[in-house]
Design a binder for this molecule. Structure first.
Ligand SMILES: NC(=O)c1ccc[n+]([C@@H]2O[C@H](COP(=O)([O-])OP(=O)(O)OC[C@H]3O[C@@H](n4cnc5c(N)ncnc54)[C@H](OP(=O)(O)O)[C@@H]3O)[C@@H](O)[C@H]2O)c1
Length: 336
């Protein structure tokens, strides 16, 4: 039986994404299951994978991108026991999920409650997990504290805003003018970083500084974020958006700088977050935290901001929208 998938045909712009047909369904190997994919995110990190600039990636074109997925198990391989055909599951795949069928080790999968809609469920896997673990596992943010979120109108940014608000945290969020209403609607104080000084706004309202800053922008933004921390505060860098979008910066140098800041005797901390490293070092946390996020979703305490629902055939369009920074929240690709 044939199936459809999207491949990166060569590293480059959105046009390198091709919708192709595989001749035979993939067969699950030892301790693997085959999943009929129902929803995947189209996210900023996929655009880095597409360009061939994602740190640590080994794949060479042609291959399928796709950082996360939700789907239904349709075949179990030899020596499997954890799931049965028909179970709904999710995983962080890093690459490979822009496809109708995928084979994955059953040990890496997390059950998804039947009553959660698949597009909302998949929103939890990369962007909400990143937000949740940074808030609770890295910064250990508490109710009553004040945080600053850069890129607050994006996929991870909107997740940070929602979870922090549920936790009783006061939030400031930066974004361009098109994202101001969304940021305010999500309960944060919005700062239009293109038209006003972030430092002036924050120091006017929080003269003591901020408890935690979440920054995936990089370059000058890291410097501003670090300066705005109060004594005992923490900067959680988690990406280099400027560098990844060709706006300059030197990732190796910035990384060294972050390490250096962390040993300065000024009572401030820096702790870089990587979802991949966190999962590798604490695999049980990943499943535990995903379970908690599904609970918050079921209770409607969080509702992912989904800008568009497209299909696998629209992967190129989705990447163009992400490249133009026009997406409010996230894009979901509905499959099958
Ligand atoms: N370390 C990890 O484990 C991990 C996990 C997930 C994502 N990430 C990284 O996190 C970053 C964000 O991912 P995402 O999926 O949320 O991306 P996204 O949805 O594309 O959002 C990024 C947002 O940043 C805003 N932005 C751009 N320049 C800005 C600036 N100078 N100041 C403030 N906001 C700015 C953009 O819109 P406006 O300019 O219109 O406001 C956009 O809304 C990426 O670098 C990604 O690689 C890291």
């Amino acid at each position: 039986m044939s199936y459809n998938r999207v491949i990166v045909s060569s590293f480059g712009g959105p046009e390198v994404l091709k919708y192709v047909q595989g001749k035979e369904l993939p067969e699950p190997g030892q301790r693997e299951v085959r999943i009929k994919v129902t929803a995947v995110s189209a996210c900023f990190t996929d655009t880095m994978v597409r360009k061939g600039i994602y740190f640590g990636m080994k794949e060479k074109p042609p291959f399928s991108p796709g950082y996360d997925m939700v789907g239904i198990i349709d075949k179990t391989g030899p020596d499997t026991s954890l799931f049965k055909i028909g179970d709904k599951v999710a995983d962080l795949t890093v690459t490979g999920s822009y496809t109708e069928y995928i084979c994955l080790p059953e040990s890496s999968l997390t059950s998804v409650p039947e009553d959660i809609e698949d597009g909302e469920a998949v929103s939890m896997v990369l962007s909400y997990m990143t937000a949740y673990q940074m808030l609770t596992r890295v910064a250990n943010v508490k109710a009553g504290q004040t945080i600053l979120v850069h890129g607050a109108g994006g996929a991870v940014g909107t997740a940070l805003l929602q979870i922090a608000t549920v936790m009783g945290v006061k939030v400031y969020g930066t974004g361009s003018s098109s994202k101001q209403k969304l940021i305010t609607d999500l309960g944060a104080v919005s700062i239009d970083y293109k038209n006003e000084s972030i430092s002036d706004r924050i120091l006017k309202m929080e003269p003591e500084g901020i408890d935690a800053v979440f920054d995936a922008i990089g370059g000058e933004s890291f410097k501003t974020s670090f300066k705005l921390l109060k004594k005992g505060g923490i900067l959680v860098p988690y990406g280099f958006y400027k560098n990844s979008t060709g706006q300059g910066g030197n990732v190796a140098l910035e990384f060294m700088q972050l390490k250096l800041w962390n040993i300065l005797p000024n009572g401030k901390k820096v702790d870089f977050y990587s979802i991949g490293d966190m999962r590798k070092n604490n695999p049980a946390w990943f499943k535990e935290d995903l379970g908690k996020l599904f609970d918050l979703l079921k209770e409607r305490k969080i509702t992912p901001v989904i800008a568009e629902r497209l299909t696998l055939k629209d992967a190129e369009k989705a990447h163009r929208l992400i490249d133009s920074a026009s997406v409010k929240g996230r894009i979901i690709l509905q499959v099958g």
